[in-house]
Every structure is written in structure tokens, then in C-alpha cells.
Design a protein around this ligand. Sequence first.
Ligand code: IPE
Ligand code: IPE
Ligand code: MG
Length: 242
Amino acid sequence: MEKIIDGEKLNIPEHVAIIMDGNGRWAKKRLMPRNFGHKAGAKTVEQICEDAHDLGIKYLTVYAFSTENWKRSVEEVTGIMNLLRNYLVDCIERASKNNMRVRIIGDRTALDKDIVEKIEELEEKTAYCDGLNFTIALNYGGRDEIRRAVTKIAEDTRSGKLLESNIDESLISSYLDTRNMPDPDLLIRTSGELRLSNYLIWQLAYTEFYFTDVLWPDFSIKDLEDAIRYFNGRDRRYGGVK
Ligand code: IPE
Ligand code: IPE
Ligand code: MG
């Protein structure tokens, strides 16, 4: 899809993935506790969902909590989980208003029961929405996702549901949490870190990467447009020659 932004015709990526990083540093700069940054970051997510939809992005996938983030203090983890509880409830209302379909990826088994119930309700209530496909990665790790997929493939092979000869790349993709979603076209990481931190490691194989020093709570539509402009300057060859 194409869109005119600031007088320039731009190709809009179908799927944008974001590593929302820098909440802690944003709070620290203001001499506030880290959870103050997470709260501000949650507000930014709401705005960016609307902006992404307005720009014509079809899939937006954000990294909210990694399988490694449990290493943080109990206070911070509890704060993030409580913020998430509120966010999920608000999201049910907002999603139906914006016609947004919400999905959560990651390992739910480690989440509190009430959070899992809220997730199920949110997914069920937005299942028929055909606006923005918004996916939140929660207790998500790319290696953990592949581990869970491999376990399931092994089970299905043992039970005869699957033949070993059927195991190709698209079958593996279909066992991942992101089944039914195209791979991301553009990855954005905020806060100046140049690493993946275990995000969508299978799916990002041919994605274009955009890094910015902006801290996540300060990320705005202008920054999203800058990322899209950068994306438009890339030549995606997929291993071929152009
Ligand atoms: C990203 O911000 C949010 C989560 C990982 C939950 P950080 O909390 O990592 O912020 P910094 O990187 O410490 O500034
Ligand atoms: C990645 O950020 C995870 C999320 C944004 C949820 P981190 O802040 O946890 O990553 P590292 O520790 O800098 O690699
Ligand atoms: Mg960080």
C-alpha cells in the first residue's frame, strides 16, 4: 500500500514489529521510579496503534515483556503485570471502538490466571475485527517459541499426525505463535540499543532494521514516519540480484 507523507509517496510496510525499549531510562532522567516509565510507555503504545492504523499498517507487533525480563526486581515485575492488567481491560473497549484485532504471543503458562483470562477475553472479543492486527509479545522469547514449536512437532510426529518428510520451513512457521501472520517487513528498536534481545528471531530473517535513540515513551508518529521513510530507501533483495 502507498501513502503520501509530507508530499512524498511512500510504500507502507504491511507488518511493523517494535522493540519498545528505554522506559527505565526515560523515568530515570526524570528522577522517577522505573514503573513511571512503563506507565508512560503504555500510553505511547495506545497512540502508536492509532497512528499505525491511520498510516495503513496492517500488522503491528510489539515486545512488551520478554522471557528474560523476570530477572528484574519483584517490584518492577509486579508493577509491569499490574499495568498490563489495566491495559488489557482498557484494550477490550478501545479495540472494539477502533476495530482492532488483538492477539498475545508468548508463553502464557507462567502468567497469573486472571491475566490469562483477560487475554482470552480480549482475543475472543476482537477476533472478528478487521482493522489493525495488533499483537503483544508477553513472556515472549524467540528461542522459547522455537522450543515450544519443536516440542509440538515432535509430539505430532510421534502420534502420527505429522510425517517427518512434511517438516519444511512453512510447517515450522505454522507451529510458531505468529502462525497466520506475515513476517515483519520493518523492525524498529528504540533507545539506541542495537540488538534483538530474543525477539522474533525466526520471523526477522529478511526484515529491514531501523534503530533510533528516541526512548519509547517519547516515540511519536513523526518517528514512525521516519522509520517508514528509511524503509523506503532499502533495496530488499532476499538473496537475489537486482
Ligand atoms: C522496555 O524498557 C520495557 C521492558 C523491557 C518491559 P526498559 O525497562 O528495558 O527500559 P531501559 O532499557 O531500562 O531504559
Ligand atoms: C527487550 O528489552 C524486551 C522488551 C522491550 C520487552 P530489554 O531492555 O529487556 O533488553 P536488553 O536487556 O537491553 O537486551
Ligand atoms: Mg531495556
